[in-house]
Design a protein around this ligand. Structure first.
Ligand SMILES: C[S@@+](CC[C@H](N)C(=O)[O-])C[C@H]1O[C@@H](n2cnc3c(N)ncnc32)[C@H](O)[C@@H]1O
Length: 281
């Protein structure tokens, strides 16, 4: 929808995490071939990418070989053993954990409590499919982890002493809000017994989380493509047949399909968000 990774980063991801960047240490969970690492590395003092796939880690090692402060590690899909305690100022994961089921999400969250630096945040994109009844799910929806929702994620944060600050429920090219982006921070730890420092006030592990359904997410890609076409000289892959705007869009089947999908997703999601407002998560 966005056209390329740079557009998606600049238009959708960077605005969401700008308040924490540039930063000290960045941990990316499941970087794949480095689509977001290419931006995060330059915005961090130290970067670590942890992925279950050895071939992805090897590819990243080759791709970012000149970046002395970046390293890539293979894990078993749930361990953050390679990360020193209180190391990560920002934990980032986008377009990966949506496929990861609840037990592995719980494993990651239980370790993040120790891995997050004081004042650090985690920006985690995960499934929200468990919000929907199994009946009526499509094959597309099923690519998401069925056992995870914004609700289960929030509870799992609370269970391990993480504060879930916000949750943005988003559709992914369809109308259901099958994904969620959660922002998480470590709750202040109580002082050890006998410590001479003033004890920190007790903070509930899960204060009120801001939970928002965002149907406009579907339009961000379309908007990014339009901006790129106007200001960056990007052209559609096929030659347009007509001179007016509708003709220019419709004359290109690929563009027309993306345009229609974006708007259908937005309209469907907007409708769902108004009818679902009273439903508890
Ligand atoms: C679709 S790729 C996306 C990579 C990157 N986030 C992006 O947007 O380009 C998904 C990546 O997640 C990794 N992955 C899947 N489950 C994982 C897990 N439980 N822990 C770590 N990595 C995982 C896969 O190996 C793969 O590299």
């Amino acid at each position: 929808m966005w056209g390329n990774a740079e557009a998606q980063w600049c238009h959708t991801l960077q605005p969401r995490i700008a308040r924490w960047l540039p930063t000290g240490n960045v941990l990316e969970i499941a970087p794949g071939y480095g689509r977001w690492a290419q931006f995060l590395i330059g915005l961090s003092r130290e970067y670590m990418g942890i992925d279950i796939a050895e071939n992805a880690v090897d590819a990243c090692k080759r791709r970012f070989a000149t970046e002395q402060h970046a390293r890539f590690v293979v894990n078993d899909g749930r361990s953050l053993e390679a990360v020193p305690d209180e190391w990560a100022d920002l934990v980032f994961s986008f377009d990966s954990l949506v496929h990861v089921e609840r037990d592995d999400i719980q494993a990651y969250l239980s370790q993040l409590v120790d891995k997050l630096a004081p004042g650090g945040h985690a920006f985690l994109h995960h499934s929200n499919l468990a919000m929907y009844p199994v009946r009526g799910l499509t094959r597309w929806d099923e690519w998401r982890a069925r056992s995870v929702s914004a609700d289960t994620f929030r509870r799992d944060c609370s269970d391990v002493g993480l504060r879930c600050v916000s949750q943005e429920l988003i559709p992914w090219q369809r109308t259901r809000f099958i994904d969620c982006i959660s922002v998480v921070e470590a709750a202040p730890k109580p002082s050890p017994p006998g410590s001479s420092t003033t004890p920190l006030p007790a903070v509930p592990a899960s204060p009120d989380t801001v939970v928002v359904m965002n149907p406009y997410f579907s339009l961000e890609g379309l908007s990014a493509r339009r901006i790129r076409r106007i200001y960056h000289g990007d052209t559609p892959s096929q030659t347009p047949v007509a001179g007016n705007t509708v003709g220019r869009v419709m004359g290109n089947r690929d563009e027309a399909a993306k345009w229609a999908r974006g708007w259908l997703s937005f309209l469907g999601a907007a409708l769902r968000s108004t009818t679902a407002k009273s439903r508890p998560l």
